[in-house]
Design a binder for this molecule. Structure first.
Ligand code: SAH
Length: 400
């Protein structure tokens, strides 16, 4: 059996059940494991620590499958892990046609994301969408697909592994049908009474920001009779939620024409009056300032930008970008107005994000009060041993 032996004292993070083994913790490798092959990880004194997937090119040289010495890594293992992930969602996630079924490390399947768009009527079929982001799940792809179709009864699986992180694992970016039929041009996800068109093949990530479900519901709850601004709106997730919640008017900004086209289809699909919504195909940074200069003001603003800091080197520049939009966001709010502000940059933690937002409020000369700390929904659980899993954080603030 291929074995990794760690340097002395380098077994501490595994003892805390953190699932990554960095290259610099490894003393020696016995055998010639292929990318994705299962290796046994041992402490320097030979003690069994874990079974893990080997990744020769990545600094994260191995990712733990199991800390249980008696648990072999085989087809049955993937069936159990997938079934366990799905059972948790069935108990916790309600009222939605779009669910994250597998969230990587938190579900004991490092590097795997699976979203499930559930069939909700006779016209629509279900669709599973996967991202394989590490050599281990890549090597076990067919076992994972079998486990997913078996456990859900959904025959259609599409792969969206067109993510740059695969380069670090020595893997090519790839998309395509893994099982069943190709996805339709758009499918409909029904979430909390709102119908959203989802473009699984060309949309962002798996087509839809499943992680923002609870936050969309919260926006809907606060939107009645308000003037709403949704910045970086993509296909209008928050905009539609605000309309559902009774917003008077919703102005939405995004620089992607295709995303805005889908957002407008969503307005029609829900039977909302199109004149309640205004869509600006433009740069958000400039448009926020322009709206301010023109004297526009809002009661509720959502700022949910793309990942400004893809890695640690980008943190300073990203911090300036977050501050910029939050500063103008505060200035655009009427007294008593609400700001829903987010960062999905893993490299910026919740504490730093709050500091950036505080700096923006100070420069805008407003007293901003945090009403709620926000994050991804319950189908994106956070493993206590793996704080790296917390990428999405947000704040709901009210200005005095
Ligand atoms: N809030 C969305 C997800 C945002 S994804 C939701 O809940 O569904 C980020 C979006 O920002 C993308 O749609 C992208 O087109 C847009 N974007 C990126 N840079 C931008 C810019 N400078 N100005 C406006 N939109 C931008």
């Amino acid at each position: 059996m291929n074995t990794i032996t760690l340097k002395p004292a380098k077994d501490k993070s595994l003892a805390r059940r953190h699932p990554w083994i960095y290259a610099n913790a490894i003393d020696r490798i016995d055998g010639k494991p292929a990318p994705g092959a299962t290796v046994i990880v041992r402490a320097h004194d030979g003690r069994f620590l874990a079974r893990a997937a080997y990744s020769p090119q990545s600094q994260i040289r191995a990712r733990v499958w199991s800390f249980d010495e008696a648990e072999p890594i085989d087809h049955a293992f993937f069936k159990r892990r997938v079934q366990r992930a799905i059972a948790h969602r069935q108990a916790l996630v309600k009222n939605t046609g779009a669910t994250r079924l597998v969230f990587g490390e938190a579900d004991g399947l490092p590097g795997l994301i699976v979203d499930y768009y559930v069939a909700d009527d006779a016209l629509q079929r279900g669709q599973l969408v996967c991202q394989f982001m590490a050599t281990g799940v890549e090597a076990w792809k067919s076992a994972i697909v079998d486990a997913l179709t078996g456990a859900t009864g959904c025959p259609n699986v599409y792969e969206r592994s067109d993510v740059s992180i695969r380069q670090k694992e020595g893997l090519e970016q790839i998309t395509g049908v893994l099982a069943g039929d190709p996805p339709p041009a758009t499918l409909i996800a029904n979430e909390c009474g709102v119908r959203y068109h989802v473009d699984v093949m060309n949309g962002h990530k798996t087509g839809f920001y499943v992680d923002q479900r609870d936050n969309r519901v919260l926006v809907a709850e606060h939107a009645r009779d308000r003037d709403v601004l949704n910045c970086f709106c993509y296909t209008g997730g928050f905009s539609l939620a605000a309309m559902k919640g009774g917003a008077k008017r919703v102005v939405s900004i995004d620089s992607s024409g295709e995303a805005l086209a889908l957002a407008q289809q969503n307005v029609l699909a829900n039977g909302f009056a199109p004149e309640r919504a205004q869509w600006l195909d433009a740069d958000a940074f400039k448009t926020l300032r322009r709206l301010y200069d023109e004297g526009e003001r809002f009661d509720l603003i959502v700022l949910d930008p793309p990942k400004f800091a893809p890695s640690r080197e980008h943190v300073d520049r990203a911090a300036r970008a977050y501050k910029d939009i939050n500063l103008t966001g505060f200035k655009l709010l009427r007294p008593g107005g609400l700001l829903f502000t987010y960062s999905c940059s893993g490299a910026i933690d919740a504490e730093l994000f709050q500091k950036i937002v505080a700096g923006a409020a100070a420069d805008a000369r407003v007293d901003a009060r945090i009403l709620k700390r926000l994050g991804a929904g319950v189908d994106h659980p956070l493993l206590t041993a793996f704080p790296e899993g917390e990428y999405l954080k947000g704040l709901l603030l009210q200005i005095a």
